[in-house]
Design a protein around this ligand. Structure first.
Ligand SMILES: *Cc1c(COP(=O)(O)O)cnc(C)c1O
Length: 422
């Protein structure tokens, strides 16, 4: 099946007489005829559901669809994107371990790794994702257990050279985790370029309508955990889970099985069946929305590039972008829908621009069907001085613009009238 067909048809496959549409199994628990069968479920010897914290039929269908879209062997949904990042990292690393992470990542990821996981004894080195491989190598330590980056960084919009990052990880027998939230599997499938694990905030384009929070972890199935002495937890029996040995017993699904059996069990950041149902509706049109977001964003970026009130523009899909080569390689069908730009007149002009928008709404969210905009300096980052903002890579004149799937001419007309108010 082609990716468009997978969006619509994968996951839920009803049998004779069953509902055509994925049912919402709003049940925490499941009934069995014998204690013996349930015992086998607990030993992970039989297939089936026993408690919705670990698995649920509605959620499982959506996980199956996302695994197929990314080209992985299995997936696990989480209650939010943050939980997907947390569980992906903690399935691999523990106290005393180290992670190498692109410095151009989502602010929530930056805090999770740099502040919260540090308290758990996991250290991180943030690296310039655009640096040469030989420079990146300097960040790797004997105790480094994973490398992490974003396909298209939120909000910096750097495009990740996935093959370079995969080489960095694999030179040291450790996995590469790629956050593919902004690209989605419609525009890029990182596993095809060597990523071992893909994570998402499904709250963004996958959901696409800004109705439900969610995250997902996809296991690419190619990383060799078995016999890899950097990962003893994969290779010795897990006493907390009936003595299973993940690498030996679950082969290429070792990672996703360990993530579910240990951390979903212990942390409980499970998605609700209702949210999985809503996510599935979004996924059914993902292949229609992503090309539209991308072509609309390119039109808006080209318009802004030639506008005298704009001081700079950042959209990786532009010919003039320094990421053009990487876009041609990794994102040939579009560079997604988020752009950022600076307005002449700085902070005050930006506020006037935002207040004058009529179609585009001011929201903190990005990446849904409706066009929206944010001026970080006067909202999300308002406690910071101009000097602090610049040090953090957010100039006081930066506007983040998430281009929706309305008609591009209407979006441009709205920008035009708002700029004329400055
Ligand atoms: C939003 C986002 C997250 C966090 O996801 P939530 O669903 O908000 O928890 C992680 N990574 C990226 C790239 C994001 O944009």
């Amino acid at each position: 099946m082609k990716i468009e067909t997978k969006c619509v048809q994968e996951g839920y496959k009803p049998k004779n007489g069953e509902p055509r549409v994925l049912p919402i199994y709003q049940s925490t628990t499941y009934k069995y005829d014998s204690a013996d069968y349930m015992g086998k479920l607990f030993d992970l010897e039989a297939e089936g559901f026993f408690y919705t914290r670990l698995a649920n039929p509605t959620v499982a269908c959506v996980e199956e669809k996302i695994a197929k879209l990314e080209g992985g062997v299995g997936a696990m949904m989480t209650s939010a994107g943050q939980a997907a990042t947390l569980i992906a990292v903690m399935t691999i690393a523990g106290a005393g371990d180290h992670i190498v992470c692109s410095a151009a990542v989502y602010g929530g990821t930056f805090n999770l790794l740099g502040v919260t996981l540090k308290k758990f004894g996991i250290n991180v080195t943030f690296v310039d994702p655009d640096a040469e491989l030989s420079v990146l190598e300097e960040a790797i330590r004997p105790e480094t257990k994973a490398v992490l980056g974003e396909t298209i960084a939120n909000p910096a919009l750097n495009v990740l050279d996935i093959e370079k990052f995969a080489a960095l990880a694999h030179n040291h027998n450790i996995p590469l985790i790629v956050d593919n939230t902004f690209a989605t599997p419609i525009l890029c499938r990182p596993i095809e370029y060597g990523a071992d694990i893909v994570i998402h905030s499904t709250s963004k384009y996958m959901d696409g309508h800004a109705v439900s929070l969610g995250g997902v972890i996809v296991d690419g199935g190619c990383f060799k955990w078995e016999g890899n002495e950097k990962f003893p937890e994969f290779n010795i029996p897990d006493d907390s889970y009936h003595g299973v040995t993940y690498a030996k017993d679950f082969g290429n699904a070792a990672f996703i099985t360990k993530a579910r059996a240990q951390l979903m069990r212990d942390l409980g950041s499970a998605p609700s069946p209702q949210n999985a149902f809503l996510l599935n509706l979004g996924l059914e049109t993902l292949h229609l929305r992503m090309p539209c977001h991308s072509s609309n964003a390119l039109k808006v970026a080209k318009y802004l590039e030639n506008n005298e009130k704009i001081t700079w523009i950042n959209y990786p899909g532009l010919e003039s972008s320094k990421y053009k080569k990487l876009v041609d390689k990794y994102l040939p069908n579009g560079a997604s829908g988020v752009i950022s730009f600076g307005i002449k007149g700085g902070r005050e002009a930006c506020i006037k621009f935002l207040d004058s928008l009529k179609l585009a709404a001011i929201v903190t969210h990005v990446a849904d069907a409706r066009t929206c905009a944010l001026h970080p300096a006067s909202t999300t980052h308002r406690q910071m001085t101009d000097e602090q903002l610049i040090a953090g890579g957010i100039s006081p004149d930066l506007v983040r613009f998430s281009v929706g799937i309305e008609n591009a001419d209407d979006i441009i007309a709205d920008i035009e009238q708002a700029l004329s108010e400055i």
